[in-house]
Design a protein around this ligand. Structure first.
Ligand SMILES: [Zn+2]
Length: 193
């Protein structure tokens, strides 16, 4: 007859007299992925950078050597404030961390020396789904001859980004605490220094 007697009072090794019972769920960054995490900090501050080697190859943290040529002396090159959408994917079946957000759009954006991958904000992928449902399958000919009022459509939020759209990189915190790179559409300021 084994009773569960050794369960509660058996902490013989550690004396908890100094009150270690305060464990709230908020920790201050338990495991920082040094390198990439710092890079996200920089992006969040609008100071994103790429690592460049003396031979002109660019990469993203974390890196110790250039992935192209192995050069070890990498320096930071400031990224432009805005990049342009190079390609994108509408994701309908997301990973568990993003399952609540489907459909969503990820894009690769050209930021000069490097390309970044992130979630695209400022669009409405579900608008596309609605349009498809309304149109129905196999209707090839649009019947409405109404001229396109592009301005009005953009107010609603496009269902997809367009190749070449200018975007700004920023950082979003996920419900699970992770941070992820996101792209916000921007209007490029023609006056730049
Ligand atoms: Zn290199």
């Amino acid at each position: 007859m084994s009773d569960a007697s050794g369960d509660a009072g058996g902490t013989d090794a550690t004396d908890d007299a100094d009150g270690t019972g305060t464990e709230d769920g908020t920790t201050t960054g338990p495991v920082r992925n040094t390198g990439y995490d710092e890079w996200l900090d920089a992006v969040a501050d609008g100071e994103g950078y790429a690592l460049t080697c003396p031979n002109g190859h660019a990469s993203l943290p974390p890196r110790r050597v250039c992935p192209d040529c192995g050069a070890a002396d990498l320096s930071e090159t400031t990224l432009p404030a805005a990049g342009t959408v190079e390609t994108f994917t509408v994701v309908h079946v997301g990973t568990p961390a993003f399952a609540d957000e489907t459909p969503y759009v990820t894009a690769i954006a050209d930021f000069g020396p490097v390309r970044l991958t992130g979630l695209v904000r400022g669009i409405d992928p579900e608008a596309e789904a609605d349009a498809e449902e309304r149109a129905g399958p196999g209707t090839g000919a649009p019947e409405t001859g109404a001229p396109e009022t592009g301005a009005a459509a953009e107010e609603q939020g496009d269902p997809e980004p367009r190749i070449g759209d200018p975007v700004e990189a920023s950082v979003e915190r996920r419900p699970n605490g992770d941070r992820t790179l996101v792209f916000d559409p921007v209007e490029v300021d023609p006056i730049e220094e």
